[in-house]
Design a binder for this molecule. Structure first.
Ligand code: 7TS
Length: 420
């Protein structure tokens, strides 16, 4: 009897990603830095190319055919993103450069005009710098006070501490859905429900969840949600803000200029309808269209299927990495079938600097990130200066995890031989 092994998602899609089929330092590239940015499938690269070859023109202004085509494609991409996150309306999707810009938009627009001295903002210690620094700037300008939720013993979001911090003074809760360092999946539905009981608004940083899990903003009931296209198979330079319509309508503009106005007089201006009120200047048209193509690509594979396959990879990564005695992984353990956390592992190797580990692995063609991953306060809370991080996506395979583990063991052996 011939037993044919079932093909995984990775087996089916690897030919869609040209960049993966190359050698780095004489070794097959093993790309495990997907939390920093994902690779792009041909469908996305082609969408960008097709736009520049056939339709390139400015949007929302020309009476000519190319401008109409570019506008249709750009606005079509907004429809795709709205459907992907199940927004109630296309007007709730604002294109930004990235998640960082989307958080700054909310901070400068809503935060600056709504927060007052002694109002409280709740963040967590595991936030990316982009979900800390904008709030620090706005807190300095408004007199609002920032409070931080710490970690449980399992290195997860401390929900009990959150419950003790939140009060009628809390005006905003801004938290990450999936941590780029701990890999934990935070209980955002519960956090949002608790915050709403106190009348606080909630922003969810979905940078590390939206590429990997199905997201439904209406079921989640978040007030805002932000993401970066480049981590979900789209180009750099495009991201988006989801916001509930009535909130976005009540918010003043962030940036002023063309595209966002209704009429401009010398003394004053009136602003455009949503979402244009928040899209000043010529947008990243080709990149937005390519984000639409990325959303089509991910939807074609099915976010449930991507998530299920990544759970399998998570279980395998933890089993393999956990078998190296010198390695300490941060964040919660997954279940044996890989549930409960994201397919990434930030780790330290006893006695070794994380950047030395990453540099040695690069010699073997293995791309991982090292350092603080823009979560400096989290690393300080964990009392470490940096971690090495392997982060996976649906095109990675168990074979690649095997090759990574071999290279990591060789690296550890090399350093222990030179230090002896
Ligand atoms: N929030 C989270 C949770 C992130 O992981 C990142 C990027 C950002 C926000 C900011 O995204 P940007 O596209 O606006 O820059 N995280 C990482 C990382 O983990 N390694 O490189 C970038």
């Amino acid at each position: 009897m011939i037993i044919t092994q079932e093909r995984t998602i990775a087996d089916k899609v690897r030919q869609d990603f040209p960049i993966l089929h190359q050698e780095v330092n004489g070794k097959p590239l093993l790309y495990l830095d997907n939390a920093a940015t994902s690779q792009k499938p041909i469908a996305v690269i082609e969408a960008l190319r097709r736009y520049y070859e056939q339709d390139n023109s400015n949007v929302h202004r020309g009476a000519h055919t190319l401008s109409a085509k570019a506008t249709d494609a750009y606005e079509g991409a907004r429809d795709k993103v709205a459907k992907f996150v199940n927004a109630a309306s296309r007007q709730e999707i604002v294109f930004t450069r990235n998640a960082t810009e989307a958080i700054n938009l909310v901070a400068y627009s809503w935060g600056w005009s709504n927060l007052q001295p002694t109002d409280e903002i709740i963040l967590s210690v595991m936030e990316h710098h982009s979900n800390i620094v904008p709030w620090q700037i706005i807190a300095q300008r408004t007199g609002a006070v920032i409070k931080y939720v710490g970690l449980t013993e399992n290195e997860e979001f401390d929900l009990e501490q959150f419950k003790s911090l939140i009060s009628a003074k809390t005006k905003l809760v801004s938290v990450v859905h999936v941590s780029n360092t701990l890999g934990c999946i935070n209980p955002v539905e519960e956090i949002i429900a608790i915050a709403h009981q106190q009348g606080a608004k909630v922003l969810i940083d979905a940078c590390q969840s939206i590429p990997h899990l199905p997201i439904d903003v209406q079921a989640m009931d978040c007030d805002w949600l932000v993401a970066s296209g480049h981590k979900m198979c789209a180009p750099t330079g495009i991201g988006f803000l989801y916001g509930k319509q009535e909130l976005l309508e009540a918010m003043p503009p962030f940036l002023g200029g063309g595209e966002m106005i209704a009429e401009v007089f010398l003394e004053y201006s009136t602003y455009g309808e949503l979402p244009h009120k928040f899209e000043a200047g010529t947008p990243a048209i080709g990149e937005a269209i390519a984000l639409g193509a990325a959303v089509d690509y991910l939807s074609g594979l099915g976010m449930e299927n991507i998530h299920a396959y990544e759970e399998e990879l998570t279980a395998y990564l933890f089993e393999q990495l956990g078998s190296i005695p010198e390695v300490r992984i941060y964040g919660p353990q997954p279940t044996t079938d890989g549930k409960g956390r994201a397919a990434l592992a930030a780790f330290t190797v006893e006695g070794l600097d994380s950047t030395d580990v990453a540099t040695m692995l690069d010699q073997e063609g293995v791309a991982i990130r090292s350092g603080h991953h823009c979560t400096g306060p989290l690393h300080r809370a964990l009392e470490i200066t940096g971690t090495a991080r392997a982060s996976l996506y649906f095109y990675n395979t168990k074979k690649e995890i095997d090759a990574f583990i071999v290279a990591l063991k060789e690296t550890i052996e090399f350093f222990s031989s030179v230090m002896d």
